[in-house]
Design a protein around this ligand. Sequence first.
Ligand SMILES: NC(=O)c1ccc[n+]([C@@H]2O[C@H](COP(=O)([O-])OP(=O)(O)OC[C@H]3O[C@@H](n4cnc5c(N)ncnc54)[C@H](OP(=O)(O)O)[C@@H]3O)[C@@H](O)[C@H]2O)c1
Length: 352
Amino acid sequence: MTYRVAQWGTGNVGRHALRMIIERPNLDLVGLRVYDPAKVGVDAGNFVGMAPVGVSATDDSETILALDADCVNYNALGAESNNDALGDITRILASGKNVVSSAGADYAYVRPDVSIDPDGHRKLVEACHQGETSFYMGGINPGFAMDQWPIALSRLCRRIERMHVTEIVDCRGYDSSLMQGTMGFGLPPEAESPLDRHLSNVTNTTFYLSLRMLADAIGLKLDDVKYSREAATTDVPLDGVVGRYEPGTIVAQRLRIDGIVDGEPRLSLFWVWRLTDDVAPEWPRSGFKWLFKVEGDPDIDSEIELDTATDAGRPTSLTTAALLINALPAVCDAQPGLIDNLTLAPHSGRAL
Ligand SMILES: NC(=O)c1ccc[n+]([C@@H]2O[C@H](COP(=O)([O-])OP(=O)(O)OC[C@H]3O[C@@H](n4cnc5c(N)ncnc54)[C@H](OP(=O)(O)O)[C@@H]3O)[C@@H](O)[C@H]2O)c1
């Protein structure tokens, strides 16, 4: 079966997704939504160094909504901008097109009792009902590294005492406004970043969703969830792709959330994001990695290391796109409604 797909966004994730849609024989690109006025009218092939494919970029959402398509892959900015991603997504769903999305991480785990945005949850359910469509939010994290992957490895265990998952991301090449905005790089360490502010109410955040999905999957009832952050600053000016980082400002950070049972952290998630390996030597460093450790029977020590030379060389963007495009047929084939990693049908990547 061939799926007719529209791509929404040509940023770091969107370009990888666009390339996959063009090169996959089971997918037909039928539309492309952009925001940058300079990109309007440009053939989709041009964004990914390929020959023209006969689909021009538009900045008109209505053009995409009017398309005859099976699915839209939505990779625009979400909560980190003033963009009404939920509004876009619900309109697309109601228009009869399924949606896979890297934006809208609030909906990575879509159970009524877990919802961190009950109103948005209700709107998505209604839109799926109206359009007889399905919605799946995915990505490397949330969406895989701290939920799908540990859940899959938990199947090896007779007994689980504690789990730790650590994300290590080299942010040097991340050419996104998120860096010096939401993520808080370049701020003094005492300043509260938008992300930090958001995480102070941790159970109302997307970071909690992976922890909760993991806890639910292994049957652990959490008494409490705690958030903390450590920041490391540079002594010398550091130039990154989105600007300069002055001495005394944040160039690496380690975020942590713990799922507590009987006063003990039983599930711990760490995010180590670095612009340089020259600070905080006690934290893990180098590259794009996820470490997963189980204390139990058996003990597990596992690592995923990713590398790519495609586009900006950011495997997090590539794998986020791949997780969505690989899931797309399963989402299109599913019964209408909201899908998460505990309900997404088993599927795999594709050899080309
Ligand atoms: N779960 C995960 O693991 C994961 C990982 C990475 C990213 N993400 C999410 O995926 C999305 C894309 O990330 P990215 O790294 O590709 O970001 P990015 O490189 O900064 O790209 C931004 C995208 O947003 C579009 N855009 C520009 N102005 C906009 C506006 N006012 N409103 C809405 N969209 C606008 C851009 O349009 P143009 O096409 O015109 O450039 C571009 O497509 C974000 O929502 C991000 O949070 C999730």
